[in-house]
Ligand binder design. Structure first.
Ligand code: KIV
Ligand code: NA
Length: 279
């Protein structure tokens, strides 16, 4: 498979072929995404929860994002890899944003960065873009700003809020973003914003009218214990948790019953050599 570049993504967008994106946070999760033929991998700061067991994304550090980006980059041969700028690494000034973005690219070995925020982040987006680093914007529900948003709530539901979203989308486009993630937005608003832009929109909980889709890998593969609440937009395509726990339970039982290891799992030794050893 050919390497996916910014040009590849622009061609998909021109052809109106949906762009496929999925999160990965380490070598195996990136390897399988690459193998499955995804266009883009997102090293999302959702790894704070899914890989590091943190309470929310605001806890993860730039150093930790860099470590995970590196492991994803080693596994992916073809995908265009975007890394999340963690909370606190870009909001203070455009200079801080460029400094952090350069570290994420140089040390994380990825291709582009994503940051949360619309019009308020346009200076940061412009500065990072001018440094030669492609920026994916992220508007609508922005989890790093959950406290200011009053929790995880659908954005753009009222006319005024939809207008703000459209303004944010146009502003990040003007600032140089190569695309924009729309999270938890009514489908009609996301489709309208998509038509209004000349860069691709990547939807998550934003309906079918976006230029592409992104999901968190552990959610869509079902790699979580039963009973966990999932957002409405997640479709569970697999049962990785079930597979893994059935496998581990069988292993545990077979060790207890001495069914494992069986003869075929043992290394052979010549009888005479063992006899000599015993003597
Ligand atoms: O961190 C993440 O996984 C994300 C996606 C949900 C868009 O930002
Ligand atoms: Na994120």
């Amino acid at each position: 498979r050919k390497k996916v570049t910014l040009n590849t993504l622009q061609n998909l967008y021109k052809k109106r072929e949906p762009i496929t994106m999925i999160t990965a946070h380490d070598f195996p999760s990136a390897h399988v995404a690459d193998h499955a033929g995804m266009d883009m991998i997102l090293v999302g700061d959702s790894l704070a929860m899914v890989a590091l067991g943190m309470e929310d994304t605001s806890e993860v550090l730039l150093e930790e994002m860099i470590l995970h980006c590196r492991s994803v980059a080693r596994a992916s041969k073809s995908c265009f890899i975007v890394g999340d700028m963690p909370m606190g690494s870009y909001e203070i000034s455009p200079t801080q944003a460029v400094t952090s973005a350069i570290r994420l690219i140089k040390q994380g070995r990825i291709h582009a960065v994503k940051l949360e925020g619309g019009a308020v982040m346009s200076d940061a987006i412009a500065h990072i873009t001018r440094a030669g680093i492609p920026v994916l914007a992220h508007i609508g529900l922005t989890p790093q700003r959950q406290n200011a948003l009053g929790g995880f709530r659908v954005q753009g539901k009222s006319a005024a809020s939809a207008l703000r979203l459209l303004h944010d989308a146009r502003t990040v486009q003007a600032a140089g973003a190569f695309g924009v993630v729309l999270e938890a937005v009514p489908a009609e608003v996301a489709a309208y914003v998509t038509r209004a832009l000349r860069i691709p929109t990547i939807g998550i909980g934003a309906g079918n009218g976006c230029s592409g889709q992104v999901l968190v890998q552990v959610d869509m593969t079902g790699n979580f214990p039963p009973g966990r609440h999932l957002p409405k937009f997640v479709k569970r395509y697999g049962d990785l948790w079930g597979e893994a726990s059935r496998a581990i339970e069988s292993y545990r039982e077979e060790v207890k019953s001495r069914a494992y290891p069986a003869t075929e799992h043992e290394y052979p030794m010549a009888k005479e050599d063992f006899a000599e050893f015993e003597r």
